[in-house]
Design a protein around this ligand. Structure first.
Ligand code: 5AD
Ligand code: SF4
Length: 497
């Protein structure tokens, strides 16, 4: 343990897995006497928890590192570390582009972060802790640590104190041809149900009301011991019993593993959110096959049909990739057709970004960037239209909302007023903004909806009069009050561009 308290700056890019990893790294460091600070200048340890899923996310980190070049020259005693997927995937490149980096730690070795920071500080020698990943001959600097590492929690690091992630699955074995995750996060492993239940109880004791179960393909979860297999549906039944937990969500789902028994569990367990994030990726069978997604459009449609029958009030959201290798205008039209047919609550739409080490990296990235951008805009416009129509159906209805905190607008104003604009979510993951008292944060409340934008429902407490200011803002969807559009859980916060 350091003799003087160290100050650490930790910046996170990427998916919910990274948000959770950062929470745990911070818990580890706090246990060792570290304090968190808000700027690299005030820190003596500067860490970036990184994402490799698209080029854009990597460039963001290289740009942040570039800005620190002079700072490190002036303060050579500061330790700069790159954690997460980029550390695993791009060790040589990171040292080539940012030779002043002292530390690389892969997602599977994060439990070693505190020890390695100390070694780097004392010895002035670069430290790396990488996982063996998929290559049996590659060096591996330590054991996988999730079983011991995951239960470490730090409530202060959570975006909202009443919500917590719980990782049930590590890694991915699906090998979609465009995706780097099976390489950076390694083989699929499932955590033990007993350990998950213990961790969920701990989170409930810390005041958590909403649990979000995480896995790259969370609905593939199955853990077998002593001849007994626990599926995600079984796990939901177990966690549903925990007092204090009011809502259960799980992300991200794999279409082929969406079983009827899971849908029935969601239907029969009142704490389960009626929200399913099930990425379609493309609406063209030809492209799905090249993506190695393992299902056809017809099967996805059948899954949507089963969801509609078993969970008529559920909201389904999706991820879509435009401009994948060889995508023609008619492939793209098929994707747009599926968006129309499925009426997703929202979609995260990404331009294809070739990733080294994936199967698709050997194929020509033959859709020009301008075409990718244009398809992205067209699909987004279509999705926005559908989201608005769907949200308008809520006008005049009263919905139950878990109040998360000040709305983005109120947070930007950094007001400490008692009455402010609050933001929360419905059972089907729709964002609701309404005026209220600060003490309502963390409560489950009825809210009456007066207006809607594509991403936000605008409402009021049932015994209050309509808020004319909010309602007027719905007419100008670009106004800041209507931009509370960061879904939580968010498949990948950096990507909506
Ligand atoms: N290019 C663009 N989008 C990608 N995704 C994963 N890999 C890539 C890539 N190489 C998207 C998928 C996935 C989401 C998290 O990121 O849509 O569901
Ligand atoms: Fe990547 Fe998801 Fe496919 Fe796994 S299932 S390879 S994480 S896109």
């Amino acid at each position: 343990m350091p003799l003087v308290a160290h100050r650490v700056y930790l910046e996170t890019v990427g998916c919910q897995m990274n948000v959770l990893d950062s929470e745990m790294v911070m818990a580890l460091l706090r246990r060792d006497g570290y304090q968190r600070v808000e700027t690299p200048e005030r820190a003596d340890t500067i860490l970036f928890n990184t994402c490799s899923v698209r080029q854009h996310a990597e460039e963001k980190i290289y740009s942040a590192l570039g800005k620190l070049r002079e700072h490190k020259r002036a303060h050579p005693e500061k330790v700069i570390g790159v954690l997460g997927c980029m550390a695993q995937k791009d060790q040589q490149q990171i040292f080539a582009r940012a030779p002043f980096v002292d530390l690389l730690v892969s997602p599977g070795q994060l439990q070693q972060t505190a020890r390695l920071i100390e070694l780097a500080r004392q010895g002035g020698v670069r430290q790396t802790a990488l996982s063996r990943g998929r290559d049996p001959h590659a060096p591996d600097s330590g054991p996988a640590g999730h079983e011991t590492f995951d239960p470490l929690r730090d409530p202060d690091m959570r975006p909202h104190p009443f919500q917590a992630y719980l990782r049930i699955q590590i890694g991915c074995d699906k090998f979609c041809s465009y995706c780097v995750v099976p390489m950076t996060r390694g083989p699929e492993q499932y955590r033990r149900p007993e350990q998950l239940e213990d961790e969920a109880r701990l989170l409930a004791d810390q005041g958590c009301k909403e649990l979000i179960l995480l896995g790259q393909t969370v609905n593939s979860y199955r853990h077998t011991t002593g001849g007994r297999t626990t599926t995600l549906a079984d796990l939901l039944y177990r966690l549903h019993e925990i007092e204090g937990i009011r809502r259960l969500k799980f992300v991200t789902n794999y279409p082929s593993d969406m079983t009827d028994s899971l849908l029935q569990a969601v239907r029969d367990l009142p704490k389960c959110s009626r929200y399913l994030h099930v990425p379609l990726q493309s609406g063209s069978n030809r492209i799905l096959q090249r993506m190695r997604r393992g299902y056809r459009v017809e099967e996805y449609r059948q899954m949507m049909q089963r969801i509609a029958e078993l969970l008529p009030d559920a909201a389904v959201s999706s991820d879509l990739i435009v401009g994948f290798c060889g995508e023609t205008e008619s492939d793209f039209a098929a994707t747009a057709e599926m968006v129309r047919a499925c009426r997703f609550k929202n979609s995260f739409i990404f331009k294809y970004s070739p990733r080294g080490g994936t199967a698709a990296a050997q194929w020509a990235d033959d859709v020009p960037d301008a075409v990718k951008r244009e398809r992205n805009h067209r699909l987004l416009a279509l999705q926005t239209e559908i989201s608005l129509e769907d949200n308008r159906r809520f006008r005049g209805r009263t919905v139950e909302v878990l109040v998360e905190g000040p709305s983005k607008q109120a947070a930007k104003r950094a007001t400490d007023a008692e009455h402010l604009q609050l933001s929360g979510r419905t059972m089907c993951d729709r964002i609701v903004v309404f005026p209220g008292h600060r003490r309502l944060i963390g409560q489950l409340l009825p809210v009456t909806i007066d207006e809607a934008t594509p991403h936000t429902l605008l409402g009021r407490l049932p015994d209050e009069p309509p808020d004319h200011h909010l309602v007027a803002l719905a007419a100008h969807p670009t106004s800041p009050a209507c931009q509370d559009d960061t879904p939580f859980p968010d498949p990948s916060p950096e990507t909506r561009r």
